[in-house]
Design a protein around this ligand. Sequence first.
Ligand code: AMP
Length: 209
Amino acid sequence: MKLILLGAPGAGKGTQATRLAEHYSIPHISTGDIFRANLKAETPLGLKAKEYMDKGLLVPDELTVDLVMDRIAQEDCVNGYILDGFPRTLNQAAALDEKVAIDAAVDVEVPDEDIVKRMAGRRVCPNCGEPYHTEWKVPKKEGICDRCGAELIIRKDDEPETVLKRLTVYHDQTQPLIDHYGKQDKLVAVDGTLSVEEVTNAIIAKLEA
Ligand code: AMP
């Protein structure tokens, strides 16, 4: 199963990708996570990507496409994978189309107002990467990671003005992919405002229908 997860930043793609990866026993490949890991390790790619990520902009295609192509060529991807956050431009989608035939592109639909509300509450552990939310996933001790005890932070790209920028970028550059996969008859749209479990179940039901 080769899946793509579409949807605005904050729509819950990462959460759903993790659950689907487990359900189908295939790897979850998140370009955002790959960039953040590179940033943490201060690799040249990470430092370059940071310039764009901090501003809510997309990392250029020439830094992104090869990275994903190399990743999906690895052995653990022979039975499929879930791409979370890639493709994000028509150019990236064309590069992917050239190499592989995906099975479906899942669009997790969430209105902008909900996205802004969700992202305002996001916190993350800078040490172990565990995500939290001020309303839906509150740590046992305020501001402290349950797993490793580090002090939680707001990701730079979750700050309000960056969120608005990311939403504009999403509508301009990524939303056209919905049409792109619609035309290929590969689009599976689900209501992303439902509970995490309901969204996962809806995706699986539609994929298996
Ligand atoms: P995410 O965690 O998927 O929201 O990604 C965080 C940031 O990484 C994005 O705001 C972009 O700056 C960058 N990024 C992730 N995936 C891509 C991609 N496919 N193309 C360009 N930039 C990306």
